[in-house]
Design a protein around this ligand. Structure first.
Ligand code: 13P
Ligand code: SF4
Length: 314
């Protein structure tokens, strides 16, 4: 059999996955992916996880290039933690609408009224919003961090649903909210979860805290994407109703081949996460385009907000 030198094999002859693997080696690149991106992207990623896991991994990597398969706040956070590395976004237009849902005026107004205020900012926020805040959280550590803070008065931004959930778990503090929300989780219909519950009465309902109050009120378990995965693996139940974005189905089924997972019939799909494709990854690996960037005047304060989360959640 004739053995071809690597360079004699044209990119057309390789599958997209194989070409990505080769480019990763050539460029010293690593792929980080959120559970909500398409399955074929999760399949090829080096690290797949929820927002907290991805930020912890990003703070420790030594590779020259990080490809962040997710939405822009994830790439920005990756860049803040790795200012000297190239952090590439497979689709520069993939953005989280909730990441913009608070204004400086709203924050300043509450700061003026409470001397000991801590502004706690969900990681799903722009770097600029992080720069106005005191500490960042994700859905995996928000309760733990708000409990640990010395402050009695907390302004939780921008997600009103996660904020309300935190307020319920930490009743000893005064937790104030703004009006932001994740459209995918906010619009989930409790009626569709109840219908599934009627069809599968033994199924456990596992919900993300970004869901609206009526969905969370009938959940058996509330937690981050990773929390939902851990609960599904640990539980003795054989069937689960999942109230979060549909992308998590891939990892749920991979980890639990004998269990069944039902999602609401109006499938919760984050169209921005679905913009991440193998073609997009190939493009940024080949060209180095779509580098995440954070303006120099906000880089320091927003990095401090992120680092405070990493310290408090350790
Ligand atoms: P987690 O990754 O913290 O579960 O949050 C889900 C989400 O909506 C990410 O955009
Ligand atoms: Fe933003 Fe919701 Fe999409 Fe997550 S699922 S990126 S919170 S819109």
């Amino acid at each position: 059999m004739k053995i071809l030198h690597k360079s004699a094999v044209s990119s057309k002859d390789m599958t997209k996955q194989e070409e990505i693997k080769q480019l990763k080696l050539e460029k010293d690149a690593v792929l980080l992916a959120h559970y909500y991106v398409p399955a074929q992207v999760q399949e090829i990623a080096d690290y797949v996880g929820d927002s907290f896991y991805l930020s912890k991994v990003a703070s420790k990597l030594t590779n020259k290039v990080l490809v962040f398969c997710g939405v822009s706040f994830m790439g920005e956070s990756g860049k803040l933690l790795n200012p000297d590395k190239a952090v590439l976004m497979p689709d520069a237009s993939a953005d989280c609408p909730m990441a913009h849902m608070v204004t400086k005026e709203e924050i300043d107004d509450v700061r003026a009224r409470y001397e000991d205020l801590a502004v706690v900012c969900y990681i799903n926020s722009t770097a600029e919003i992080k720069s106005w805040s005191d500490v960042c959280v994700t859905s995996a550590n928000a309760v733990q961090i708000v409990k640990k803070l010395p402050n009695q008065n907390i302004l939780f931004i921008p997600d009103k649903n996660l904020g309300r959930y935190v307020a319920e778990q930490v009743p000893e503090k005064n937790v104030m909210l703004v009006k932001g929300y994740c459209p995918v989780h906010e619009e989930m219909k409790v009626k569709e979860i109840q219908e599934l519950k009627q069809l599968h009465p033994l199924a456990e309902v596992l919900a993300h805290p970004e869901c609206n109050a009526s969905v969370l009120s009938i959940a058996d378990y509330i937690g981050s994407t990773t929390g939902i995965l851990k609960q599904a693996a640990a539980s003795n139940a054989k069937e689960f109703i999942i109230a979060t974005e549909i992308g998590v189905r891939y990892e749920l089924e991979k980890q639990n081949p004998k269990k069944t997972f039902y999602f609401p019939k109006t499938e919760p799909v984050c169209m921005d996460m679905k913009k991440i494709t193998l073609d997009g990854i190939l493009h940024v690996l080949r060209t180095g385009e779509n580098g995440a960037a954070v303006a120099s005047n906000i880089a320091e304060p927003s990095k401090a907000t992120l680092n405070r989360m990493l310290e408090l959640a350790a």
